[in-house]
Design a protein around this ligand. Structure first.
Ligand SMILES: Nc1ncnc2c1ncn2[C@@H]1O[C@H](COP(=O)(O)OP(=O)(O)OP(=O)(O)O)[C@@H](O)[C@H]1O
Length: 346
């Protein structure tokens, strides 16, 4: 649906030494019908990336394709057509305060030249869809943050787009409202078959709704794939750092700071056990303890859900004695339990 091919974006004049590279050779493909999350820290290049999709920014080099059409090569008319097919929602909603909820949703249809009657027929069901059928005549100032975002979503859907871009759409909302907006986006994706591309700095958002994820760091995509795969076995340091606070696998600082890359004589190994699929429902921890003996310490743990799939993570430590490690490894092989050695401690 959307493809980024070796996309680089620099700000500033080419001759200028102070030119800044916001995106550096980005390659990424967004599948039709998926909810894809792009996550990264502040300044990583997320907004720039998403703004290239509807032509608000132009790539310095490389191609951005929407449904096979190169956005950078579009004329003004072409861009106007594209923006009808690509809806967008924003962190601060961007509603017109002088217009009611109804008239905000109607705006893109007025611009497209629809009759008042055609607009009414389109807007009323959209307000129902987002749960605001009874708030049509309210002004933004009379609506809560969550309700304003619902108006924003209805407005983005007014032109029946095939792609919805979400720019930190829940970042200004409390956790409960965030959850209800994410549920709404999930429903729209399922019922309307709309492809969703969202950018966020919140792992929780990606974890809740994104089927696919790309992690961006200093203008580069450092990791991408199915959310479940990337989050259960993150490969890149940035992904791990972003995940550590979200998935409850953050090690206490006194443990983390003492971790060594090699075993220490008479010391212990620190291992993260990952439970998913068949292993999520088996009493494997008890079996591990009986395999290795009572010297197993539980350091941190969580049971969670990623993109609708159960996922558990347990950080344990036990003796780094060769015989003990061999017994543990054999146990992991037999049970199919995924484990990751975090390091060694004294
Ligand atoms: N018009 C511009 N001119 C110069 N530099 C820019 C411009 N727009 C963005 N940048 C720079 O590009 C980098 C990426 O910005 P971008 O807004 O894409 O990041 P982001 O990941 O969305 O961050 P945030 O979450 O804080 O919005 C930043 O260092 C920013 O200062």
């Amino acid at each position: 649906m959307v493809a980024f091919e070796a996309v680089t974006k620099r700000f500033g004049r080419a001759a200028d030494e102070a030119q800044f590279t916001a995106l550096d050779g980005v390659g990424l493909s967004v599948s039709r019908g998926a909810i894809t999350g792009i996550i990264g820290r502040s300044g990583a290049g997320k907004s720039t990336l998403i703004r290239l999709v509807n032509g608000l920014e132009k790539a310095t080099s490389g191609n951005v394709l929407v449904d096979g059409v190169e956005v950078g090569g579009l004329s003004e008319t072409g861009l106007r057509d594209l923006r009808r097919q690509v809806g967008m929602i924003f962190q601060h909603f961007n509603l017109l305060s002088s217009r009611t909820a109804f008239d905000n949703v109607a705006l893109p249809l007025e611009i497209a030249g629809l009759s008042r009657e055609a607009i009414r027929q389109k807007v009323a069901p959209l307000l129902d869809l987002v749960g605001l059928g009874d708030k049509a005549d309210r002004y933004p100032a009379e609506l809560s943050g969550g309700q304003k975002q619902r108006v924003g979503i209805a407005r983005a859907l007014a032109t029946s787009p095939k792609l919805l871009l979400s720019d930190e759409a829940t970042s200004a909302l409390d956790p409960e409202t965030t959850h209800s907006i994410l549920e709404l986006l999930k429903r729209i994706n399922a019922e309307l078959g709309l492809t969703v591309l969202l950018i966020t700095h919140e792992m929780e958002v990606v974890k809740t709704i994104a089927t696919d994820v790309a992690v961006i760091d200093r203008g580069r995509i450092v990791e991408a794939g199915r959310t479940f795969d990337v989050f259960t076995l993150p490969k890149h340091e940035t992904t791990r750092a972003l995940l550590s606070s979200s998935l409850g696998v953050k090690l206490p600082e006194w443990v983390r700071s003492g971790l060594q890359p090699q075993p220490l004589p008479g010391g212990r190994v620190m291992v993260r056990l990952i439970f998913f699929g068949a292993t999520a429902f088996q009493p494997l921890t008890a079996r591990l303890v009986s395999e290795i003996g009572t010297g197993v310490n539980i350091m941190a743990g969580t049971i969670d859900e990623i993109a609708g799939e159960p996922f558990g993570s347990l950080v344990v430590s036990y003796s780094s004695d060769t015989a003990v490690i061999q017994r543990a490894e054999q146990f992991y092989t037999e049970t199919g339990l995924t484990r990751e050695v975090l390091g060694y401690v004294a």
